[in-house]
Write a protein that binds this ligand. Structure first.
Ligand SMILES: [Zn+2]
Length: 245
């Protein structure tokens, strides 16, 4: 079974000169009309933007050319039921090409809406899914989900489409191009504070070969998120859930 694996770089660095413009993780969404930004049903704060990607026949089939899928979840304090597909604390939108708003967003819609690190995909790798113990395949498109707990289904119409892990391995050839704050060293490995948005930061840690483990979304304890798509021609819908250890 073939899966598609994104290779990550930090946006706005020289590593991201060549990137897939149809796909982005974190930062601000592109093309999303501001009024469509979803709000968490439990805490009522606008959710955090996780990921977007345009229809791709193999990597992300959405039933029609030009459609874009957006994944959001609440990252406001970690108390809301973001792991449940229908809790209203996460949201997947699929926009038709004519719904796109080309006005760039200036920032997140609310002070309590956390921004996630702005990450681009430099290239895609397609390979046979074999060893699930290999961390590099946890974030993948197509194929089968790697479940942490019992497998979940959202009914026959919803097909597993993508898995997003809590932490991404991101290349950075030159850390000086990034807004880095303090650093620390543990067990011979260095970690660096990466500034995100106005006043948040995450710790990224060395993963070897100019790569860094970068925290992505809050999926509990080392969790993974799962995107399911009902790629109907007329009314496509999508759902998201996550599991953790
Ligand atoms: Zn919430």
């Amino acid at each position: 079974m073939k899966i598609h694996i994104p290779h990550f770089v930090f946006a706005h660095t020289s590593d991201a000169k060549e990137k897939d413009n149809d796909c982005k993780f974190g930062g601000l969404p592109e093309g999303l009309p501001a009024e469509k930004w979803p709000v968490c049903k439990e805490c009522e704060v606008p959710m955090s933007f996780l990921f977007q990607m345009k229809h791709h026949p193999e990597r992300l089939p959405l039933g029609k050319e030009g459609r874009v899928l957006y994944v959001f979840q609440c990252e406001n304090g970690g108390e809301c039921s973001t792991w449940e597909a229908d809790s209203g604390c996460n949201k997947v939108l699929i926009l038709e090409p004519e719904e796109w708003d080309k006005t760039p967003m200036e920032g997140v819609p609310h002070d309590d809406t956390m921004m996630l690190p702005d990450i681009a995909v430099s290239k895609w790798e397609t390979k046979e899914m074999t060893n699930q113990e290999d961390d590099s395949v946890w974030t993948h498109f197509g194929g089968e989900p790697i479940w942490i707990q019992s497998p979940e289904s959202l009914g026959d119409n919803y097909v597993f489409t993508a898995q997003l892990d809590f932490s991404l391995v991101v290349k950075a050839a030159d850390l000086a191009e990034l807004p880095i704050g303090e650093s620390s060293e543990y067990d011979g490995k260095k970690s660096y504070q990466l500034k995100v948005g106005e006043d948040d930061f995450v710790w990224i840690s060395e993963a070897g070969g100019n790569q860094y483990h970068c925290p992505f979304a809050n999926f509990g304890d080392s969790g993974s998120g799962y995107v399911f798509v009902n790629a109907s021609i007329k009314n496509p819908t999508s759902k998201f859930l996550w599991q953790c250890y």
